[in-house]
Design a protein around this ligand. Structure first.
Ligand SMILES: [Zn+2]
Ligand SMILES: [Zn+2]
Length: 115
């Protein structure tokens, strides 16, 4: 059976042709095939099961939100709730100002403002 797996180190695609040890082409780390038993993805499975880099990145952003955001008395333009979470981010160079991201604590509406 041929399975498509993902390197736990770097997320590179690994092809397992039934060997016990799979070596990653990208970071040369070795993986024991049986470690993947619970997460084996066959070529027929749907895209939802892919532990993609995108999903990894998304969960990092969530963590960042939790750490950096603070609440402010600001009216949500969508539901009218009067408390928003916000955090700021420097997107480009320092003299171009920063972007403030608002996030409604009630309806999760999100928007950003460039200052
Ligand atoms: Zn790797
Ligand atoms: Zn809202």
């Amino acid at each position: 059976m041929t399975s498509i797996l993902f390197c736990r180190n770097c997320g590179n695609l690994l092809i397992n042709n039934g060997e016990d040890i799979i070596e990653c082409d990208s970071c040369t780390s070795k993986h024991v095939a049986t470690e993947f038993d619970n997460v084996v993805i066959t070529t027929r499975s749907n895209k939802k099961s892919f532990p993609s880099k995108l999903r990894l990145r998304r969960s990092r952003i969530k963590e960042f939100d939790k750490e950096e955001s603070a609440s402010i008395k600001e009216k949500c333009p969508k539901c009218g709730h009067e408390e928003m979470n916000y955090h700021t981010m420097q997107l480009r160079s320092a003299d171009e100002g920063q972007t403030i991201f608002y996030h409604c604590t009630k309806c999760s509406h999100k928007f950003s403002i460039n200052s």
